[in-house]
Design a protein around this ligand. Structure first.
Ligand SMILES: Cc1cc2nc3c(=O)[nH]c(=O)nc-3n(C[C@H](O)[C@H](O)[C@H](O)COP(=O)(O)OP(=O)(O)OC[C@H]3O[C@@H](n4cnc5c(N)ncnc54)[C@H](O)[C@@H]3O)c2cc1C
Length: 337
């Protein structure tokens, strides 16, 4: 329980909203700035992401009427175009956030300094340290028209210096271009390029994986992409952000119960570092096999540097002391895994 605590939440994304909801449910008073970041026009929601959000918001029907993808076409590196069964919902980030409660109630407001704890789900972080970035790549989005359409299929294709991801929605189709401008990557594409016309340019997003040097302090935690940024190639950024929010709320509830603050916050740092390491392994599989130009090699090298950074960081983590059960962090009894 977090009864009696005042929590300040910076940010307005899904991490901020999940944290706020869980903490309110645990009895805390939640305040915030509601600062919104740029929204991705179309993203895939895995069954895991949906199930986690349904649990957090106790809303079993959440996202039950969302457009669904049934197949994924993959043309990656030397492989020929292949169709793979794929179950995901597609939604704009704006629609996703509109379906869940906002992070704070809005009327009453107090300053973060007057709160017991601050969740930073938006930049900047209080320590001001530079972020560790494991690669350098931007993602550009564009709304497109498909000349031929397998309306329930998404498609991913690696090209000379980057990759393309095509996502249909009920209303339009969107393209994500990673590594260069949409037009340049489309011109280099064998599969997607000849079948699409750009209708309108979209936003640009930083999308190389990275992690904040410090994800926690005595009275704060970073949560969501500001703490650990995932490459959209994993397609599961939302599930990661929700899991982080569940863990952050559980750390605060543990502190409120009088458990060891330092140990709980160290656990948070260790779990996020492990998640980053696992994500970098997954990315490495893709970036090692996507192509053999200097661009692909540079991304692969940066991922390997990131892996080494995570390993070094885990060496100072100490033994694992907690496990998450439902929404609570329970101390591990001696000998338990
Ligand atoms: C191009 C793109 C495509 C995506 N596609 C999918 C998808 O298909 N499925 C899916 O589940 N998720 C996807 N995601 C992730 C998703 O958009 C959200 O990032 C995720 O759901 C959690 O975000 P949030 O709402 O909590 O934080 P947000 O509100 O998105 O961001 C919070 C803060 O983090 C900062 N921030 C964001 N990214 C970074 C970064 N890399 N480095 C440093 N700071 C950063 C923002 O500026 C903001 O201040 C994608 C992300 C991008 C960028």
């Amino acid at each position: 329980m977090a009864k009696g605590l005042n929590i300040y939440i910076k940010g307005d994304g899904i991490a901020a909203r999940c944290c706020a909801h869980l903490l309110r449910r645990a009895g805390a008073k939640v305040f915030g700035d509601g600062v919104a970041s740029a929204r991705v026009p179309a993203m895939m929601l895995s069954p895991l992401a949906i199930s986690l959000m349904r649990d957090v918001f106790t809303a079993p029907a959440l996202f039950s009427n969302v457009f669904e993808i049934e197949r994924r076409y993959v043309t990656w590196g030397a492989t020929e175009r292949t169709a793979i069964p794929h179950a995901s919902a597609v939604i704009s980030e704006g629609a996703l956030l509109a379906a869940v409660p906002p992070p704070w109630d809005g009327d009453q407001q107090i300053a973060p300094e007057e709160c017991d704890f601050t969740i930073h789900a938006a930049l900047p972080l209080p320590d001001g340290k530079p972020r560790q970035r494991f690669g350098a790549r931007e993602a550009a989005t564009a709304r497109i028209r498909l000349k031929d359409s397998d309306g329930r299929a998404c498609e991913i294709e690696s090209v000379g210096d980057g990759w393309l991801f095509l996502i249909p929605t009920a209303e339009a189709a969107w393209l994500l271009a990673v590594g260069g401008p949409v037009e340049t990557l489309l011109a280099a594409s064998r599969q997607i390029g000849p079948r699409v016309e750009i209708e309108a340019g979209g936003g640009e997003f930083d999308c190389a994986p990275g992690m904040a040097e410090a994800v926690q302090g005595e009275h704060w935690m970073a949560c969501g992409p500001v703490a650990v940024g995932f490459d959209p190639i994993c397609g599961d950024g939302t599930a990661h952000a929700v899991r982080e929010a569940i863990l952050a709320a559980a750390v605060i509830a543990g502190i409120a119960r009088g458990e060891d603050r330092r140990a709980l916050l160290s656990h948070y740092r260790a779990v996020l570092t492990l998640a980053m390491g696992r994500h970098l392994d997954l990315c490495a599989d893709y970036y090692r096999s996507g192509g053999d130009s200097p661009w692909w090699r540079d991304q692969g090298d940066a991922l390997a540097r990131g892996r080494a950074w995570c390993e070094a960081r885990m060496q100072s983590a100490g033994p694992r002391m907690y496990r998450l059960q439902d929404f609570d962090l329970l101390p591990l009894t001696a000998g338990a895994a």
